[in-house]
Design a protein around this ligand. Structure first.
Ligand code: PLP
Ligand code: COI
Length: 344
């Protein structure tokens, strides 16, 4: 299979149309067989549930070319499970988990020419998503749905790659207590748009959202969980019922405990602890962000700079980053079940 002629190393995190995508429709109480298609357009009734009441959820994962030239995905079963839970919370019919993984494999295989080569710094981003597709005018769940998976080759989520970013404490909330912060609902991202445009205008790369009930605890950013390293070199991971259960974060916790022998403290983290200088390193973790180091947090003009500074990733996060990406790119042995090989 011949790769596409693309300047892989200079890709940004932007959409580029690839050849194939997967589509399955839900009607009369069941999902159809699904198929790959070259048609990148979606045609919907003007009153479709997704257009009126934002009934949609999505996932994000990546395909990688390994050092020895295989194409693999990272833990797609966990994306299948999270999307299942997102769908239930949004009163959508969940897409069967085994079919989700099979569909991911099928679309990556079909788009294999778009999977960036090993060492290019780029990956194939895979975006499964689902939405209410028939007309609804009263506020109620749709009766028909479409599940799709698109792929697009991407570079780093933040410009500058592994350079530390500056983030601000947001005045807006991302999730309500007992709301939808723990699922990957499109609506969570719609309501973060004003906050991110505001942060960008002020010169920050991202927002840190605080817990909406007390506004004293660190939650996450618009597109990634947050991790810290304390003065003893332990990994400290904010715990909250309203943050997205990041697959990257859960994998890093496992790597820290079982591969690197680090102590991990998963607990509520107060903003005041950051400002008291309890943490030496801070990073944003997610499929898109991988681990993006945070150099600075700005809380309404009070600037806190981490010991790791604005030039490079701190040593503990670097070890975590090297281990995670080593596993994803096939340089290191993966824990059982983490790597899903695509037979091209
Ligand atoms: N938090 C939010 C709000 C996200 O959008 C994402 C991205 O998926 C993450 C965290 C990271 O999750 P994961 O590591 O599963 O990609
Ligand atoms: C991902 O990391 O897959 C996400 O969905 C985050 C998004 C902000 C790009």
């Amino acid at each position: 299979m011949e790769k596409k002629n693309i300047d892989w190393s200079n890709l940004t995190f932007a959409y580029r149309q690839t050849d194939y995508r997967y589509v399955s429709n839900y009607k009369d109480g069941k999902w159809d067989d699904g198929e790959l298609t070259t048609d990148a357009t979606v045609v919907l009734n003007e009153c479709a549930g997704v257009l009126q009441y934002s009934q949609s959820c999505f996932e994000g994962l990546k395909a990688y070319t390994t050092e020895d030239g295989r194409i693999v995905c990272f833990r797609p079963d966990l994306n299948a499970e999270r999307m299942y839970n997102s769908a239930l919370r949004l009163e959508m019919p969940p897409f069967p988990k085994d079919r989700f993984v099979e569909a991911v494999k099928a679309v990556v295989k079909a788009d294999a020419a778009w999977v960036p080569p090993y060492g290019s710094g780029a990956t194939l981003y895979i975006r499964p998503y689902m939405f209410g597709s028939n007309a609804v005018i009263g506020v109620k769940p749709a009766d028909e749905y479409q599940f799709r998976i698109l792929t697009t080759p991407v570079g780093p989520y933040f410009k500058g790659g592994a350079k530390p970013v500056a983030v601000k404490i947001s005045d807006f909330d991302r999730a309500a207590p007992h709301g939808t912060g723990h699922i990957k609902a499109g609506l969570n991202y719609a309501m973060s748009l004003h906050a991110i445009v505001t942060a960008h205008k002020e010169g920050f790369n991202e927002n840190i959202y605080l817990d909406p009930a007390t506004r004293t605890k660190i939650e996450e950013t618009g597109g990634a969980n947050i991790i810290f390293v304390d003065a003893d070199g332990n990994l400290v991971v904010p715990k909250s019922a309203s943050i997205l259960p990041s697959i990257t974060r859960r994998s890093l916790v496992y790597i820290a405990q079982n591969i690197l022998g680090l102590k991990v403290d998963e607990r509520e983290v107060l903003l005041s602890e950051v400002e008291e200088g309890k943490f030496r390193e801070c990073g944003l973790c997610g499929t898109a962000a991988v681990i993006s180091p945070v150099g600075q947090i700005n809380d309404h003009g009070k600037v806190f700079e981490f010991a790791s500074g604005m030039e490079e990733m701190g040593p503990v996060l670097k070890k975590l980053y090297d281990t995670l990406t080593g596993i994803q790119m096939g340089r290191l042995e993966a824990p059982e079940g983490w790597i899903c090989e695509i037979n091209v």
